[in-house]
Design a binder for this molecule. Structure first.
Ligand SMILES: Nc1nc2c(c(=O)[nH]1)N[C@@H](CN(C=O)c1ccc(C(=O)N[C@@H](CCC(=O)O)C(=O)O)cc1)CN2
Ligand SMILES: [Mg+2]
Length: 297
């Protein structure tokens, strides 16, 4: 038996098309064009790819893209000054500072300097608090996309046992909040959890966000479970040629897909949803900032 493969690439493409339709309508009816500013500090190769893709998909959705590429030597004060300018810029509805930042910059301080109304990453404590209290804050993109994929295979999650492996501020903690809001019974597991395989085996919904290649084995998965793999790990792949790498998730996919009811692949699962949800949040912040109605696209 192989579980349903949840095609995040196709879902993200559909979502981006629906967003583009809404953006076109905003322009026609209200003369408004959402704008997203993305800030990249330094030359991290993966971050450069993500930022390029964000800018490309922003423009394809009909939004304005403002790219700010700064050298790795940029000081915290210079970065804070840029954030202040973007906060004040009426054409900018969303601000995203690509992570990771260089070690000499206090990332939390920079994230907290972003106007919560423009915080399309949903990392500002005001949005974290609103999401935790059900108050309609901007939701971090990866957990939001993961929830959309879960709900694409099962609408009603009430009463299900959900296990989130990983407790990061970016994925694990907000994911747990979203599943709790869906009336799941949520466990957040992490590196110090006792009997992690046993805890995972209880999960009707299992979200893996630990950053360890293929750590979650097939026999940790409850038969029929929905498995969401947030991991993006580059591992050596000598079979592809000398010095080559390939991407794997946090889940041992071949084993787990034989047991799961539905599972996301890596690549092509959660990853593409992250940028689609960034556009979703930019549309949402544009509408909310201007007092226009926003309904999920
Ligand atoms: N400010 C932020 N920084 C970072 C975030 C974030 O949400 N906000 N998330 C990650 C990186 N990220 C977006 O920034 C991201 C990661 C992965 C993908 C994606 O499409 N992955 C593909 C594979 C891509 C590849 O081949 O490398 C997939 O999984 O299919 C998009 C965006 C860290 N920083
Ligand atoms: Mg992400």
């Amino acid at each position: 038996m192989t579980g349903t493969i949840i095609d995040g690439k196709a879902f993200a493409e559909g979502l981006r098309q629906r967003i583009a339709g809404r953006v076109a309508e905003l322009g026609r009816v209200h003369g408004v064009q959402p704008g997203l500013a993305v800030v990249l500090v330094g030359e991290d190769p993966a971050s450069q790819v993500y930022v390029r893709n964000k800018a490309k998909q922003t423009v394809e959705a009909g939004m304005r893209s403002f790219e700010h590429r700064l050298p790795a030597t940029t000081s915290e004060a210079e970065l804070l000054a840029l954030v202040a300018r973007l906060n004040a810029d009426e054409a900018v509805d969303g601000i995203l500072v690509q992570l990771p930042l260089p070690p000499h910059v206090n990332a939390q301080k920079v994230l907290e300097a972003i106007d919560p109304a423009k915080d399309v990453d949903g990392f500002h404590p005001v949005n974290v608090g609103r999401v935790a209290t059900g108050g309609g804050g901007l939701v971090p993109c990866t957990p939001l996309g993961s929830l959309m994929l879960i709900k694409s295979v099962r609408r009603d999650l009430a009463g299900l046992d959900a296990v989130v492996v990983g407790r990061s501020n970016i994925v694990g903690k907000p994911m747990a909040q979203l599943l709790l809001a869906e009336s799941c019974t949520v466990t957040v597991a992490h590196s110090r959890t006792r009997d992690l395989p046993g805890v995972c085996r209880r999960a009707d919904v299992l979200v893996a966000a630990v950053g360890r290649p293929q750590m979650i084995k097939g026999d940790w998965v409850k038969p029929g479970a929905i498995v969401i793999d947030v991991g993006i790990n580059r591992v050596p792949a000598p079979e592809l040629g000398e010095g080559k790498n390939r991407l794997v998730g946090d889940v041992a996919y071949a084993e787990a897909s034989a047991v799961a009811g539905a599972i996301t692949p890596v690549p092509g699962g959660v990853g593409p949803m992250t940028i689609a949800c960034l556009l979703h949040n930019t549309l949402e912040s544009c509408c909310r900032r201007r007092g226009l109605p926003f309904a999920a696209p």
